[in-house]
Write a protein that binds this ligand. Structure first.
Ligand code: 13P
Ligand code: SF4
Length: 330
């Protein structure tokens, strides 16, 4: 077993030495069974975490799983807004996250007090928010969307309806383009999807002329213009499974390549490079969740997501509206 718990910091950091001989896969499996826990993981995690998860998915899939699970404990290998969404939807369950510091630059780019003022300045607009935001922003929204259902939900409103879209200006601009709307965009962005290098992508395309480029709609417009297919992580994964092509340049966080390679081992997947020294593009927030921390959070059942009930109820309404509206989407 691991040594004694030394300290759990204010934000949920453990200071524990784990015996390197411990089989963490076996331990996590044991804890899942003993505690009737379900492990939900987003595709942007390391292969080890994806391989031990009960469900791997995009934000929409994860929210649906969190809502319907009858496990006693939801272990959420995701960033804070994802675990918080699970608690909002299924409040009687204990929701734990391996690292409470796993935040999101996009969510952080939209502080509720500032957004409240922005909303008040446009009283004739409704608010559609991307799920990558805090409960405070959700509570100020009329409906939530994910990258899987944003187009569908925006199109469910009449063309003349005035809309504020928050917090992702890139996803918002993309939805404006494909729907012909003119939504007012909050100026937020994801630090991972904004740093793809056009120059390096162009070079990759020259070197691999047979490869199709696929991109997440959180990318900036010049990157999206180069893409043969644009979609959420699940949609990108499905595309690579059903498309007749055999090589893909993938413009999203690198973690998704694990499932792509697993599901289509005969195909080639090339991560689109960022404009820094790295060849891959990892989300530093998601990658805070390690296998060690996952084991510890299951063993000690913390850090736990706790919420003010009034805020939870206010944030729940627009998420429920999204789940209801997108029932027909696979
Ligand atoms: P999806 O997996 O829902 O496409 O979201 C991508 C993302 O950036 C999650 O943080
Ligand atoms: Fe947030 Fe971007 Fe990381 Fe997703 S990939 S969690 S949007 S910073």
């Amino acid at each position: 077993m691991h040594n004694d718990l030394v300290q759990i910091g204010k934000r949920g950091f453990y200071d524990v030495a784990i015996n390197p001989a411990l089989d963490l896969f076996a331990e996590i499996k044991r804890l899942k069974k003993e505690k009737n826990a379900v492990l939900l993981a987003h595709y942007y995690h390391d292969a080890d975490i994806q391989d031990i998860a009960d469900y791997i998915g995009d934000s929409l899939g994860l929210a649906r799983q969190a809502e319907k699970t009858d496990a006693d404990m939801i272990v959420f290998a995701g960033v804070h807004f994802m675990a918080e969404t699970a608690k909002i939807l299924n409040p009687t369950k204990k929701v734990v996250i391996p690292d409470l510091k796993a935040g999101c630059s996009l969510s952080d780019s939209c502080p509720p007090p500032l957004f409240k003022r922005f909303k008040e300045a446009h009283p004739d607009h409704i608010v559609i928010s991307y799920i990558n935001c805090s409960a405070g922003i959700k509570a100020l929204s009329d409906v939530i969307v994910t990258s899987s259902n944003a187009q569908f939900i925006v199109e469910s409103f009449p063309k003349e309806q005035k809309i504020i879209f928050a917090p992702d200006k890139n996803l918002g601009a993309y939805i404006n383009k494909v729907t012909g709307r003119n939504m007012l965009l909050w100026d937020g962005a994801c630090m991972v999807h904004e740093i793809f290098s056009m120059e390096k992508i162009a070079r990759l395309k020259t070197r691999h002329p047979e490869a199709k480029m696929i991109a997440h709609p959180e990318c900036e417009d010049p990157v999206l213009k180069l893409a043969d297919f644009i979609g959420s992580t699940t949609q990108l994964l499905k595309f690579t499974e059903t498309d007749p092509g055999n090589a893909y340049i993938v413009a999203t966080e690198t973690g998704i390549l694990h499932q792509m390679m697993k599901n289509s081992p005969q195909k080639t997947f090339i991560p689109a490079p960022p404009h820094n020294a790295c060849a891959c593009n990892d989300c530093p927030h998601m990658k805070l969740n390690t296998l060690d921390k996952l084991y510890l959070c299951m063993e000690y059942e913390q850090p736990e997501i706790l919420m003010d009930e009034e805020l939870r109820l206010a944030a729940r309404k627009p998420i429920e509206r999204m789940l209801e509206l997108s029932k027909t989407i696979g």
